[in-house]
Design a protein around this ligand. Structure first.
Ligand SMILES: [Fe+2]
Length: 302
């Protein structure tokens, strides 16, 4: 497939200072806003040798703004453009100015069938400076696996899942069918996990609308100690815990969840599994999210 990984995430924020505090002091990202000097005033945060992975724009609402997907080269991006054209999906080529501001060589933009905005690009423009985390995070698991994974809500699950699998070429990793109560009349919500590289999933699609435009964004660190240290920083910063420590049954990630200033969650984890040969992998349905832990009821407590 042409899309190789989750390249960056854009967020709309009513309070850039709150995001700065959260991104730097809790997540351990490096604020590179001054270095990237955006005339529109967006803030940028670095995780690795990409110039940035998280962009936060001033906006009237707190929500996910867009997902940025990386292709390996110009042919990869143009294959995505061809696939969108053949499927009758409207997209636009970004201006030279916008591509330059995103720090990529070429960029196209489209909206998926549920209304989430996406960008696809090739040719990251980087000075390859290493991460200089303000709280001493040594690094994140990125590279070929991209910046992590993102789970987005869907207003039209069938059309959105079909779009990502059949048009963009994502593969299904596993799925869940979720109800929150014992009420037999509660509609079942589908949750699909999709891959585009060796990371178990880079994209999740959840059959439920959510105002923040995102269920969660996952960032992965190299070891569980870094997960625990982040949880210590979360407590010190007074950030709400939304899922206790646990190990997921699908990607084996040991992680916890917390509420970001955008209203969606950040999953912070380690030990996620990778799949080197998807042809040897069997898709499954999970009836439990985790082997242990991950009590999400804490997110509904005051
Ligand atoms: Fe996750």
């Amino acid at each position: 497939m042409s899309i190789q990984s989750l390249g960056y995430i854009g967020v709309s924020s009513t309070d850039l200072a709150q995001w700065q505090q959260f991104a730097c002091s809790v997540l351990g990202l490096e604020d590179v806003t001054a270095r990237l000097s955006d005339p529109a005033g967006a803030h940028y945060y670095k995780m690795d040798d990409h110039p940035y992975r998280l962009m936060v724009e001033q906006g009237e609402t707190d929500k996910l703004l867009l997902c940025g997907w990386e292709t390996n080269n110009q042919a990869g991006l143009h294959a995505v453009a061809d696939a969108l054209s053949q499927a009758g999906v409207k997209f636009e080529w970004a201006s030279h100015e916008l591509a330059k501001q995103r720090r990529v060589t070429e960029l196209l933009r489209f909206t998926d069938p549920s209304g989430t905005q996406h960008e696809v690009f090739w040719g990251v423009i980087s000075d390859f400076r290493h991460l200089n985390s303000p709280v001493g995070v040594g690094g994140f698991i990125t590279g070929e696996q991209g910046m992590g994974h993102v789970v987005i809500p869907t207003a039209d699950f069938d059309a959105t899942a079909q779009f990502f699998v059949q048009v963009l070429g994502f593969g299904l990793s596993d799925l869940m069918n979720i109800t929150f109560t014992n009420d037999p009349n509660e509609p079942v919500k589908r949750l699909w996990f999709l891959h585009c590289n060796s990371r178990h999933h880079s994209l999740g699609l959840f059959e439920m609308p959510m105002p923040a435009g995102c269920v969660h964004l996952m960032l992965e660190v190299p070891d569980v100690d870094q997960v625990g240290l982040c949880n210590d920083r979360r407590i010190a910063a007074g950030v709400k815990l939304t899922g206790t420590l646990g190990r997921h049954a699908n990607d084996h990630m040991v992680s916890f969840y917390m509420r970001s200033p955008a209203g969606f969650d950040i999953e912070y984890g380690a030990e996620g599994r990778t799949i080197s040969d998807w042809s040897q992998y069997a898709v499954f349905e999970s009836t439990a999210a985790s082997f242990w832990g991950h009590d999400f009821s804490v997110g509904h407590q005051d």
